[in-house]
Design a protein around this ligand. Sequence first.
Ligand SMILES: [Zn+2]
Length: 112
Amino acid sequence: MKLYCPNCGEEIPKKDKFCKYCGKPLENLESAHYNEEEIIRTVENGYAVAAILTDIITTPLFKIKQKDGQPMLNEEGIPEFEADKNGVKILNKDKMIKIINDSQDSVEKYKS
Ligand SMILES: [Zn+2]
């Protein structure tokens, strides 16, 4: 991995303590860069998070009317939502809570 002086932008050998172009100390330079392992772990975690988000996004926000385990469709073939006595759609709360809990379990696995 090439390093560049944060002060003057010149390419510098890894082990120099000072930039040979501008003289600025470079002690903290390494910590500013991820090592390869960290990058791989970050990418893997990113995929895990993406998978969890997909679960959440693809879960209908509102309860769909079901008949014999199948979603009930209206004349246009669109699923009908359950509504309360005021005609307000009912949140798919149990399902959302379950997916969020499952997601938290998945996230725990990727914490290190
Ligand atoms: Zn420099």
